[in-house]
Design a binder for this molecule. Sequence first.
Ligand code: B1M
Length: 214
Amino acid sequence: MPVLEELRQAVVDGQAKAAVARATQGLEEGIPAEVLLRDGLISAMQEVGRLFEEGEIFVPEMLVSARAMNATLVVLKPLLATEGSEARSEGKVVIGTVQGDLHEIGKNLVAIMLEGSGFEVVDLGTDVSPERFLEAAEAGADVVAMSALLTTTMTNMKAVVEALGRAGLRDKVRIIVGGAPITDRFASEIGADGYAPDASKAVRKVRELLAVKA
Ligand code: B1M
């Protein structure tokens, strides 16, 4: 089996050690980190989602797959950061997964790519309340970046936009949103400044938003 397929299968099976070993092997064979991420890790999580939806696996299995993905990301992180960097850009980004939502992998990827592109990133983690986003933005931020993976939690993004508005920060801080259920239209509806479908486009969008601000 080619190494990419083995990597994908190891993540689907939740075998962290095997996944890390296959990713390392892939890098040694000259496969770019970005390809290992896209065709190995992200593709594996899509399969995990499909298996969950069809009732073939349950939450504990999703969790071990997520752990295998996170362990492998540690190996790829330095390379993704380098590959993601173009011109260095200045700016501070506060990022988190919204209240009620524990999905962190996509948010972590966005944070990794932003850091690699020269941004200062404050990662608030998961299940972040509007108050916590506001507090971090008040401490100084150019961009607030929110991730949501659940249709039930994506609506919590609006509360953050409103909290920033009430605090008078809306013209100082740009807001970007993303995550599987999020769309450009939803971003506009809740009053965010931008949406990105994946981590590298999130970096592009943040650059664009800060250029507009300057
Ligand atoms: Co959950 N889960 N999960 N889960 N989970 C999904 C999201 C789901 C689609 C699975 C399914 O049914 N097919 C479904 C949501 C359905 C819906 O709302 N429509 C679901 C569900 C139902 C649940 C629970 C409710 C299950 C339960 O308890 N019955 C529960 C909710 C818990 C909670 O959050 N309160 C739950 C729990 C979990 C685990 C904790 C077990 C685990 C997460 C572990 C962790 O993160 N540490 C988990 C996982 C792993 C998944 C799937 C399988 C994979 C998610 C993932 O990491 N994808 C997921 C199915 C799927 O996505 N196909 C599923 C890989 C990641 C790279 O992609 O996060 O989309 P993603 O990020 C992408 C883009 O979206 C974008 O960039 C990334 C790519 O570069 N992006 C941004 C993300 N954030 C961005 C921010 C930006 C810009 C781009 O700007 C700021």
